[in-house]
Design a protein around this ligand. Structure first.
Ligand code: BDR
Ligand code: CA
Length: 306
């Protein structure tokens, strides 16, 4: 099997933790680098969390710090879901130290060294956009960009915007315009990956490894979502990873996406699902998810980790 060389750009984040573990456990993926931005919480916490997540999986993947905030505008965290520490109060052992340097440089270094790299963005898009903007000749080395971002109905940080898109809309717009294939797991898709008490119990029952145990504790600590009548909460970021592991779990369509960058609609992703505007498609929108298949994949893979 050819393993995809990947970079994960992240802001851990409860769901980021599960996404990283899922990627590390996937034989299809060769995760070479984890870059970190401020997002769900400030970068002091997201960097510490990323190091701890990698350390718990006992895999020698470098973790590099990046943007503290967006290209433009103010930084705002999201502590209602992720708690003040970003992991909903679940303490993980201290991880290995961060690798030296800055995320955008590390991304460009890997792109220079590898002819085909998949960029996985599960936080604000700043680090990825900075890397590509500062050496556009490397864009040809990007095989594909897969993002958890955006929403075509309602938002989750404002009425109209999803958190990652809202956090740095200019960077997201740059990625959508870079000319490489972009796949989007939006809120409508990730809302189908609803974490319920039954699914947490099934995860817990799958084994006793440290990552699986931490994943179950993290999921149990996230408050149920108002948007879903408190039946559970959506597991956003692992959907982007699952797409790369098993695309048969999804349906999708090609769409044009425009990102609003200012005012009350900051971060709004205007997704033309029915090609009404006639603009050429610039993204693949993940539409539906086989949720049981997704949770079976997640549980099976996490059970295989340390
Ligand atoms: C996205 O924002 C963050 O809170 C999550 O980690 C996810 O990446 C969902 O809107
Ligand atoms: Ca995230």
């Amino acid at each position: 099997m050819t393993r995809r060389v990947c970079i994960i750009d992240t802001d851990p984040g409860t769901d980021d933790a599960l996404a990283i573990w899922l990627a590390l456990a996937a034989p299809q993926l060769d995760v070479r680098l984890v870059t970190v931005a401020g997002g769900n919480v400030g970068i002091d916490h997201t960097l510490r969390n990323a190091r701890a997540i990698i350390g718990l999986a006992r895999q020698p993947v470098p973790v590099v710090a990046g943007a503290q905030g967006p290209l433009l505008g103010a930084f705002r965290s999201e502590t209602q879901v992720h708690g003040a520490d970003g992991l909903a109060g679940v303490a993980l052992p201290e991880g290995p130290p961060a690798a030296p340097g800055i995320a955008a440089d590390a991304i460009r270094d890997l792109l220079r060294a590898e002819p085909r790299v998949t960029l996985i963005g599960i936080g604000p898009a700043t680090n990825l956009a900075l890397a590509l903007a500062t050496e556009p000749a490397l864009i040809g080395h990007v095989e594909e960009i897969v993002l958890m971002t955006g929403a075509w109905s309602e938002g989750n940080i404002t009425a109209s915007a999803e958190f990652n898109a809202w956090s740095d809309p200019e960077s997201l717009a740059m990625l959508l315009e870079c000319g490489r294939p972009v796949t989007l797991a939006t809120l409508e898709l990730t809302g189908q990956a609803l974490v319920t008490p039954d699914r947490i119990a099934a995860l817990r029952a799958a084994g006793g490894g440290a990552c699986l145990d931490a994943a179950a504790r993290i999921l149990a600590a996230v408050p149920p979502s108002r948007r879903f009548g408190h039946r559970g909460h959506p597991l956003h970021d692992p959907c982007a990873i699952a797409w790369l592991i098993d695309p048969t779990l999804f349906t999708h369509r090609d769409v044009h996406v425009h990102v609003e960058c200012g005012g009350i609609a900051r971060g709004r992703t205007v997704v033309d699902r029915w090609a009404r505007g006639g603009a050429a498609a610039n993204a693949r929108l993940l539409d539906t998810l086989d949720a049981d298949g997704f949770f079976a994949l997640l549980t099976g893979r996490l059970a295989s980790l340390a």
